[in-house]
Design a protein around this ligand. Structure first.
Ligand SMILES: *Cc1c(COP(=O)(O)O)cnc(C)c1O
Length: 405
């Protein structure tokens, strides 16, 4: 049996990037692309950001890794800064999103165990969710694509329809420990929760003594123009996981919690070899330096609004090729009439790099450093491609009318 040396779990585009400069990527053939994918919401500050490069290089010359059996000063500093800028009192660092999510899942069970309610161990999740690829995370999200052939699944996750409060309330039992949702679903197709829904989740959690757990791995870290997406709703969770943008491209994740929720996470209960190591947290601190600069998030919000207004006009202008615009800030999704994979190929041929999501979505996830100039450049490419697709979509109809006559 022949199989590629790289296990073929991805249907990869025949494209490789050699280097990046800010919001631009240069492929191995020397072609330049505007990067509206950011390595799937990861390279938050673009490529080769001088402040991040310096932090990485300075730390690389000192010490890379020590393990968590000793204190890690950069980790302590990053934790303190995340705590100072969020609802949380404490942080556990990981190497990836799914590990951060899993830490939150374990924390939720441990909390109820520590408060004398070990029978509360089930977590309510919602349709369209994505929490990563471990057995537990696919068991929580349950989508066919994720679980097919991997059963039996891990027990302990009850799923309800996204946005449906009646179903959610009906699903709460004596065994329910928490509600876990993404404030804006990413892989599920850039689906923002209604702010009232997020507020109602807080109310339901309080009413039944559940923990509210937000997965902000994709929508957090400034992507919506606030440091965390839930801030728009004016409610806070008890637990939140972060990753993707938090390391600006260096593998890093974090699970944040209130002191109350984390009361069971005592020495020896959880751990990781690499998580929060000196190199990763040096870069994490550098990312946060930029995000917390006065005016940075306001600029993200402004350029997001600028893009939204013009993309919305594009959707109206090309109704045969564009059905919908979704999202918030710089986490946007376009739903074309043609298969998103084809559209992404056309955009790439014109120099705009994007990524797909479920629900036939073309995801626009530019680095947060873009300004109006990059937004206008992307809009010009989108206009060209959808203008062409619109004309093509109009053609068969004309042909049909002619043949009918
Ligand atoms: C990407 C993602 C994850 C998983 O992160 P990995 O780093 O791939 O493990 C989990 N939840 C959400 C919302 C994500 O977007």
């Amino acid at each position: 049996m022949t199989i590629p040396a790289v296990m073929p779990t991805y249907a990869r585009a025949d494209l490789a990037f050699d280097r990046g400069e800010g919001a631009y990527l240069i492929d191995t053939a020397g072609r330049r692309y505007l990067d509206f994918a950011s390595g799937i919401a990861v390279t938050l500050l673009g490529h080769a950001h001088p402040h991040l490069n310096k932090a990485l290089q300075d730390q690389a010359g000192k010490i890379w890794h020590t393990s968590n059996v000793v204190r890690v000063p950069a980790q302590e500093r990053l934790a303190e800064r995340l705590v100072a800028n969020s609802f949380a009192d404490t942080v556990f660092f990981t190497n990836s999103g799914v590990e951060a999510w899993e830490c939150g899942t374990k924390l939720v069970r441990k909390y109820h165990d520590a408060t004398g309610q070990p029978d509360r161990w089930r977590i309510i999740t919602v349709g369209g969710a994505f929490h990563g690829r471990t057995m537990t995370a696919i068991s929580a999200a349950k989508s066919e694509k994720l679980v097919d052939g991997f059963g039996p699944l891990v027990d302990g996750f009850d799923q309800v329809a996204w946005g449906n409060l009646n179903e959610l309330r009906a699903a709460v039992t004596d065994e329910t420990a928490a509600i876990c949702v993404e404030p804006i679903q990413g892989e599920g197709g850039i689906r923002p929760a209604a702010l009232d829904y997020l507020r109602a989740l807080r109310t339901v959690a309080d009413e039944f003594g559940l923990l509210l757990y937000f997965d902000e791995i994709q929508c957090g870290m400034g992507r919506t123009g606030k440091l965390f997406a839930h801030e728009w709703a004016g409610v806070t969770p008890d637990v939140m996981c972060l990753a993707k943008g938090i390391g600006g491209g260096f593998p890093l994740g974090a699970c944040l919690a209130t002191g109350q929720a984390a009361m069971g996470m005592t020495p020896g209960t959880h751990g990781t070899t690499y998580g929060g190591n000196p190199l990763a947290t040096a870069v994490g601190n550098a990312v946060l330096d930029v995000l917390l600069e006065p005016g940075f998030l306001e600029r993200v919000e402004a350029v997001g609004a600028f893009l939204w207004e013009r993309l919305d006009a594009l959707v109206r202008r090309y109704p045969r090729s564009l059905l919908e615009l979704r999202g918030a800030g710089l986490m946007l999704g376009l739903r074309p009439t043609r298969p998103s994979g084809e559209v992404i190929g056309e955009l790439r041929a014109e120099g705009l790099h994007t990524v797909p999501a479920s629900d036939n979505i073309v995801r626009l996830l530019p680095p947060l450093i873009i300004g109006e100039a990059e937004a206008l450049e992307a809009l010009a490419i989108l206009d060209r491609v959808f203008g062409r697709l619109e004309a093509e979509a109009a053609k068969p109809k004309v042909a049909a009318e002619v043949s009918d006559a």
